[in-house]
Design a protein around this ligand. Structure first.
Ligand SMILES: O=C(O)C(=O)C[C@H](O)C(=O)CO
Ligand SMILES: [Zn+2]
Length: 277
């Protein structure tokens, strides 16, 4: 597993474009036949992608975690971002994941296998894992079952539908919060005006974007921002001190995931647009 260390915002000021991309962009998550994962030292969040073909892929990395099994001291959220069905087996119990379904698996489950139902049309499973202190029940939720919030409007080009899956009023977890946000057609901006939450880090996976379309993701302290150009199915790590907002060349979808100090989705320090630099 690739390790990414945390950055002091004072040092971040000196980062050039290449260094920003190296430290915060994850561009190799979905590779046929593999599970690829990145271990971030921001709240020890692991971000991964699995594309099983003919044989199941096991969620494991003893080498990095130095535990007997992956979820010995962790919890994990899975999302199927492909149109093709996937299957996750949790200690013998099988869960089928349709397009946009989410599965949460808590601490203590030992054998986690990720499979595609049809190897010619493989599933793409996005994986986010955080450290955990107790077991919460394994739970699956579809988009229709998630908590729906309407945000933004046409005048601000930021009309979007936010769905909360793993959160205080949904699937229970120790610290992991996850959901999906859809930008409406002709709307390009997410999370503008932006916010920070020094209590929690966040990761964004951008997808549902054609090959030539791009997202300009903004990060950094509100008064000292940088942008990362992001392509389809790439993720960005957002430090707790950083804004996380983006604009697309076309509308898009993203999965947000957070871990850290509190479990309060609405704990955000909003930033006035006049403060942005
Ligand atoms: O569209 C949005 O706004 C979001 O999806 C915001 C994220 O959920 C977020 O940043 C939560 O802190
Ligand atoms: Zn946020």
């Amino acid at each position: 597993m690739e390790i990414r260390y945390a950055t002091n915002p004072r040092d971040f000021k000196n980062y050039d474009n290449e260094r920003v991309r190296e430290d915060f962009l994850i561009n190799n998550l979905f590779e046929k036949g593999n599970i690829n994962m990145v271990y971030s030292h921001y709240d020890r969040l692991i971000v991964g992608g699995a594309v099983p073909i003919s044989s199941p892929l096991r969620l494991e990395d003893k080498e990095t975690l130095k535990t007997e099994f992956f979820l010995e001291r962790r919890e994990v959220g899975f999302f199927n971002i492909s149109n093709s069905k996937g299957k996750i087996t949790v200690d013998g119990e099988v869960y089928e994941l349709d397009h946009r379904d989410c599965l949460y698996v808590g601490k203590g489950n030992k054998n986690i296998l990720i499979e595609s139902i049809d190897s010619n049309n493989p599933a793409k499973i996005y994986i986010v894992s955080a450290t955990a202190h107790k077991n919460y029940p394994t739970q699956k939720k579809s988009l229709q079952e998630a908590t729906h919030r309407h945000l933004g409007d046409d005048a601000q080009s930021n009309k979007r539908d936010l769905y909360q899956f793993i959160h205080a009023d949904g699937i229970q977890s120790c610290q992991l919060m996850m959901g999906m946000t859809f930008l409406s057609e002709n709307n390009m901006w997410n999370t503008m005006p932006p916010h920070v939450h020094d209590r929690r880090m966040e990761a964004y996976l951008y997808f549902d974007l054609e090959e030539d379309e791009k997202i300009m993701h903004f990060m950094g302290k509100p008064n000292d921002t940088r942008n990362i150009i992001v392509s389809n199915e790439q993720a960005v790590l957002s430090p707790p001190w950083s804004i996380h907002s983006g604009v697309g060349t076309k509308n898009y979808t993203f999965i947000w995931a957070m871990a850290g100090e509190n479990y309060t989705f609405d704990d955000m320090d909003h930033v006035d647009k006049n403060e942005l630099k």
